[in-house]
Design a protein around this ligand. Structure first.
Ligand code: FAD
Ligand code: SF4
Length: 522
């Protein structure tokens, strides 16, 4: 009779995780399940479905090779996914079915073990299933992360405002990362000011293409399954090349450290149409599925700097993303959930325009960002924040709808990291927990940071008229719509002063054009 059943979720593919502490091959068992609901509760991109199913199947194979008994439920191509909105099979259902089978065979486990799930919804569902089955569930701390939920709660205690910077510094000090004799390397905590370059007219030149991981037989099987069973889902699989094993994830890390880290910082905020990767690491998916340990990522980056292979500003900029933002957003998620999901400070209530699912628009910047998202399941941070996110913010899309899109379309999307970034950082729906002011800008910002406007039929400088850039029109309209609320925020003073310089007549035309834009967009 199995003593313990260890539940391993699709974003917990680490055999060193706390779930395996004390695992006894003689009497413990692992449980894993592919369920349709995880691909249908948001209308998930085919690449995101594929990356999870393929990595799970590879993980199962590794456990079996290690003589570990695995109870694995696989999806099959021939079951229809069911009508939209219906959940044909959930994790809780799959677990209850497995437990019922075990009970019938006289094999009921004494207890269930799981590492903290990455999503509130999943945690509640597993707890409810365990209660229903009458078997105790032990939830173990996820030591993949540098900081625990308690650490964050302590950091948040008594603070009027939460900000990344102090949290980041404390983690660096505590873990001795980029520190020299107790001082930050280079006598500076933050090199952000040096990390805001654009490419200039000549463009990025020859970029170091990231290493690719062509689908093996297991992934090809999953691709066939996804193309059959989730045919109506967004995105395509023709370019699928994501890492699905720890070995591939480490190869991706080595490739980034050798070829892209040195210029990561300088071009972190730049955009170039047709160039999805630039100097970004492409590591979030492997990290979030736990194929890669962030300690290896950070140690590798620090070593590259200490050995003179990468400058300090790039290394610090990169490490700040991994030990800073990544840990911080997780803290925010668990600290404020579940009410966080319903926040909507700006009262935005419009549906998400269709172009987010098709890329069908004359706006060059959006067509490029959505297009590569549909092709690869990837866009880099500034595209997510200052193209797709900015447009939804200015347009007035309901934050929950924006959240559902981001959770659906990126291969690295797991709710603990996606939600604070979307709802908080990009939509300002949390009222300033994630960002001290809304990330709002006109098309001129995108003109400065990218080449998108050069080939666009709109003019980023115009707010009205047939050539007006929709970002620019909607920006002034956004400020006017939220003037009272934004006036309470000192960091908005300059932008509101500029708004005040616009004549009432100009503003009337702008507001009418913004309304027309909203009316024309399905
Ligand atoms: C609206 C919006 C939604 C986002 N959704 C997700 C998401 O679902 N999953 C996700 O991992 N990231 C998300 N991010 C953060 C960031 O955009 C991605 O981590 C990054 O683009 C992934 O690409 P990369 O691995 O090439 O990252 P790089 O640019 O190479 O950055 C290095 C690493 O730092 C970490 N990182 C960087 N920025 C952040 C951040 N803001 N929050 C947390 N970690 C960060 C990631 O692990 C990333 O792999 C989102 C950002 C925005 C604005
Ligand atoms: S002009 Fe406006 S819509 Fe066109 S690419 Fe520039 S910012 Fe985007």
């Amino acid at each position: 009779m199995p003593r313990r059943l260890v539940l391993v979720l699709g974003d917990q593919l680490d055999c060193q995780s706390a779930a395996f502490d004390g695992f006894d091959r003689g009497c413990d068992r692992v449980w894993m399940a592919e369920v349709a609901e995880e691909s249908t509760h948001v209308w998930t991109h085919k690449a995101r479905i594929t990356v999870f199913l393929s990595a799970m199947r590879h993980f199962r194979a590794a456990l079996v090779a290690d003589r570990i008994d695995v109870d694995y439920t696989a999806l099959t191509a021939d079951e229809p996914a069911g009508p939209p909105g219906r959940s044909p099979g959930s994790l809780a259902d799959a677990l209850l079915e497995s437990l019922a089978r075990a009970r019938a065979a006289g094999q009921s486990p004494e207890s269930l073990i799981v590492v903290e799930p990455g999503e509130w919804r999943v945690r509640l569902a597993l707890e409810a299933a365990a209660r229903q089955a009458g078997i105790p569930l032990e939830i173990r701390t996820d030591r993949h992360f540098f900081s625990s939920r308690d650490d964050f709660a302590k950091h948040a205690q008594g603070r009027k405002q939460l900000r990344l910077e102090y949290f980041y510094r404390s983690l660096r000090e505590r873990h001795g990362i980029l520190m020299d004799d107790g001082e930050p390397a280079g006598s500076q905590w933050n090199f952000d000011a040096e990390n805001r370059g654009a490419f200039g007219k000549g463009g990025p030149g020859v970029l170091p293409a990231p290493v690719r991981f062509p689908p093996d037989a297991v992934t090809r099987g999953v691709i066939d399954l996804v193309n059959a069973r989730f045919a109506g889902h967004p995105g395509s699989l023709t370019e699928f090349d994501w890492p699905v094993t720890p070995a591939e994830a480490h190869a991706a890390l080595d490739d980034f450290l050798s070829h892209r880290l040195p210029l990561f910082g300088r071009y972190q905020d730049a955009i170039w149409t047709g160039e999805p990767w630039l100097y970004h690491s492409r590591l979030a998916q492997a990290l979030n599925m736990k194929l890669l340990d962030p300690r290896d990522v950070i140690a590798g980056a620090e070593r590259a700097w200490r050995e003179g292979r990468a400058p300090l500003e790039a290394t610090e900029g990169f490490i700040r993303q991994v030990i800073g933002w990544r840990e911080y957003v997780r803290g925010v998620y668990w600290h404020f959930m579940p009410e966080y999901l319903d926040r909507n400070t700006l009262g935005a209530d419009l549906p998400l325009p269709n172009l987010y699912w098709t890329g069908d628009t004359e706006m060059n910047c959006l067509r490029d960002a959505v297009g590569q998202t549909l092709t690869h399941g990837y866009a880099h941070h500034i595209q997510r924040l200052m193209v797709t996110g900015l447009f939804a913010l200015l347009f007035g899309v309901e934050p929950k709808r924006v959240h559902e899109w981001y959770l659906a379309v990126y291969v690295d999307a797991v709710e603990w990291v996606e939600l604070p970034n979307t709802l908080g950082m990009s939509q300002f729906a949390d009222g300033g927990v994630m960002a001290s002011k809304p990330y709002c800008a006109t098309g001129a910002y995108l003109d400065r940071m990218s080449n998108a406007c050069k080939g666009c039929r709109f003019d980023p400088k115009q707010a009205t008229g047939p050539d007006a850039c929709p970002f620019t029109t909607l920006y002034w309209d956004f400020l006017a719509r939220h003037e009272t609320l934004l006036a309470r925020n000192q960091r908005m003073t300059m932008q509101l002063k500029n708004l005040g310089r616009k004549s009432a007549a100009d503003m009337r035309v702008i507001r009418r054009q913004a309304d027309d834009l909203r009316g024309q967009m399905p």
